[in-house]
Design a binder for this molecule. Structure first.
Ligand SMILES: *Cc1c(COP(=O)(O)O)cnc(C)c1O
Length: 430
């Protein structure tokens, strides 16, 4: 960084500013985490220089011997981590992983079913402002008002009515386990593919803290930068029995092709060019970390922290979607208080607590205002915080939200946040 400081002070200052923010604030955004310095270093390596369109052993360019090894290591570790038969480590992001699966399994205009964005789904699950909602005909299922959980009678009813070719389970703000087995029953009833989007809980799944999508889902996609704690990126995986049961008729030749071959082709050349080899190496090192016994302890701590936070907030009178959590995230429903998600996010940020406004099921406010706040524990758990700190964090959040216009109080909370953060060092070697 010293050289960057000398050459480009403008950018150096931005990075310093961000480092300071990461160190001195409470990062409660459920989709964020802090990667290891090994991941940081390898993503900043010379691997960024290499073009490697294609797959190991079948590249469009020469000189790929070393990067072939990198990708093979990444694929091998990814399969081991998720007990998968097929792995693709090339998607640049979670959204690209989803796009590649859609391209493999669907034709434009085909019917797809996913969790409503307002109920915790994701943009790539059929939002009109996203390619998914423009290229495919999405219908959505929602959560039950009373329980805040997926109601499978309702999912089955919608599936029977619309006969989707693909059903997607998983989302961005669903605090409970994804019930893969129940989704599969529905998928079998209407003869559709089942894809799990495990972008959020993938770290928890890898460590056995959340149930596995196998043998129920035909394919799963994920990010690598959320609970999995790797570099920013995406992956596609499929389980053991997939190849035997499912072939896909290739549109041109009419030949039944194996799904693994089609998924690979959908990623490259279907939607991407050269893979980001530096990121793939970063993924590989994160997979190695996730295979260590410590990672399971980490994931157990994420969930126990999240449960403590949920219980404390409930004691203080907050409504939680689904009344609690099984995972790394908690969704606070502020409808019964006179605060919007937007205002809560802003005031918490002023106090050094980073979280995001989020729609809650049956939200009467717009996506830019919302009635909810989503908080998650992956990042603070990486810093080493435990249940005592979670109780403290619940106090601090409550203090801000209960005195929302009291700027003096917000400054006081900010000092407490900084004091708490100073006891949990972050990137001390940088
Ligand atoms: C985060 C997320 C994605 C996409 O991730 P990007 O890497 O930001 O494209 C996809 N699906 C779900 C459910 C997510 O939460």
């Amino acid at each position: 960084m010293k050289k960057i400081k000398e050459y480009d002070l403008e950018l150096y200052n931005c990075i310093e500013k961000e480092l300071k923010r990461e160190r001195n604030t409470l990062e409660l955004i459920a989709s964020e985490n802090f990667t290891s310095t090994n991941v940081l270093n390898i993503v900043g390596s010379i691997l960024t220089n290499k073009y490697a369109e294609g797959y190991p052993g079948q590249r469009y360019y020469g000189g790929c011997e070393a990067v072939d090894e990198v990708e093979n290591i990444a694929r091998y570790r990814l399969k081991k981590l998720f007990n998968a038969e097929y792995a693709n480590v090339q998607p640049h992001s979670g959204s690209q992983a989803n796009m590649a699966v859609y391209l493999t399994m669907l034709n434009p205009g085909d019917k797809v079913m996913g969790l409503d964005l307002a109920h915790g789904g994701h943009l790539t699950h059929g939002s009109k402002v996203n390619f998914s909602g423009q290229f495919y005909d999405f219908v959505s299922y929602g959560l039950e008002k009373k329980t805040g959980r997926v109601n499978f009678d309702n999912v089955l009813k919608i599936a029977r009515e619309h006969k989707p070719k693909l059903i997607i389970c998983g989302g961005s703000a669903y605090p409970r386990y994804i019930e893969f087995e129940k989704f599969r029953e529905v998928a079998d009833t209407v003869d559709s593919y089942l894809m799990a989007d495990i972008a959020h809980p993938s770290g928890l799944i890898a460590s056995g803290v959340h149930p596995s999508p196998w043998p129920f889902c035909h394919v799963a996609t994920s990010t690598t930068h959320k609970t999995l704690r790797g570099p920013r990126g995406g992956i596609i995986i499929a389980g053991k029995d997939f190849e035997n049961k499912w072939g896909v008729v290739a549109p041109k030749s009419g030949r039944v092709k194996m799904i693994s071959e089609l998924l690979d082709k959908s990623v490259m050349p279907g939607i991407q060019g050269g893979p980001l080899m530096h990121s793939i190496a970063g993924k590989a090192i994160a997979f190695k970390e996730a295979l260590e016994p410590e990672f399971k302890i980490y994931c157990n701590n994420i969930v126990s922290n999240s449960k403590v936070l949920a219980e404390e907030l409930k004691l203080k009178g907050y409504d939680l979607v689904s009344n609690g959590t099984d995972t790394h995230l908690v969704l606070i429903d502020l409808s019964n208080r006179d605060i919007t998600g937007k205002l809560a996010e802003k005031k918490l940020e002023e106090a050094g607590i980073t979280a995001n406004k989020n729609m809650v099921p049956f939200d009467r406010k717009s996506p830019l205002v919302t009635s909810g706040i989503r908080i998650g524990t992956p990042a603070v758990t990486t810093r080493g915080m435990g249940s005592d700190e979670m109780r403290k964090i619940a106090d601090l959040i409550d203090s801000v939200l209960s005195n929302i216009e009291d700027d003096k109080n917000i400054s006081k909370v900010k000092s407490s946040v900084e004091e708490l953060c100073s006891s949990f060092s972050l990137y001390s070697t940088i």
